[in-house]
Design a protein. Structure first.
Length: 201
């Protein structure tokens, strides 16, 4: 069966493939938004990661008829009352400007002491496999850590150079892909969807 991953990010497809393989789930062929006819994608206007992920998955299912997985993720910083949250990708005003987002975050936390720099990467992953509300599943994964005082590492993307996971001395941008997969918020959320994905296969 074909499973639509509502993304054009090849890394997200590869990550889900690794999660499925690790769980022994076979029989699902992953396709991306680039592999299906274009359709209008609703803007991410939800107040929560879960709302945005579910909206994207529902759009994908409605447009293609394929079971669809979508995720919405971001960074929640305790000292900023959980922000940037769903605004993470456009925190500095322009969508996807990692350098500006990181610079703004560092500026906002400049006077925050080390013991109050806790944060978590959060991912909500949604699976929609039918038209009814019951034909869906949503899972949330969190990756706790702290915000460093300077960027470190050249791997990853987004806020990875500033995020030091709990139990680590390296930033997320200094971890190799396998290490990041094993602990990341998206990996944790996808793993929780395995029972539903296994039922599809």
């Amino acid at each position: 069966m074909r499973l639509l991953v509502a993304s054009r990010n090849a890394k997200k497809l590869a990550e889900l493939r690794r999660v499925l393989d690790a769980a022994g789930v076979s029989g699902l062929t992953l396709v991306s938004l680039d592999d299906v006819p274009p359709f209008d994608e609703a803007p991410e206007t939800g107040a929560t990661f879960e709302e945005n992920a579910l909206a994207k998955a529902r759009d994908g299912y409605a447009a293609t008829g394929l079971p669809t997985v979508a995720d919405d993720s971001g960074l929640a910083v305790a000292a900023l009352n959980g922000m940037p949250g769903v605004l993470s990708a456009r925190w500095a005003g322009t969508h996807g400007d990692d350098a500006a987002n990181n610079a703004l975050l560092l500026s906002q936390l400049r006077n925050v002491p080390d013991e109050r720099r806790s944060a978590a990467f959060v991912s909500a992953c949604a699976l929609v496999f039918g038209p009814a509300d019951a034909d869906s599943a949503v899972a949330r994964g969190e990756w706790p850590g702290v915000i460093a005082r300077e960027q470190r590492g050249a791997g990853g993307f987004g806020y990875d150079p500033l995020f030091v996971p709990d139990g680590e001395t390296r930033s997320a941008a200094e971890l190799n892909p396998e290490e990041k997969d094993a602990a990341s918020h998206r990996g944790r959320a996808l793993a929780l969807l395995i029972p539903s994905l296994r039922a599809l296969s």
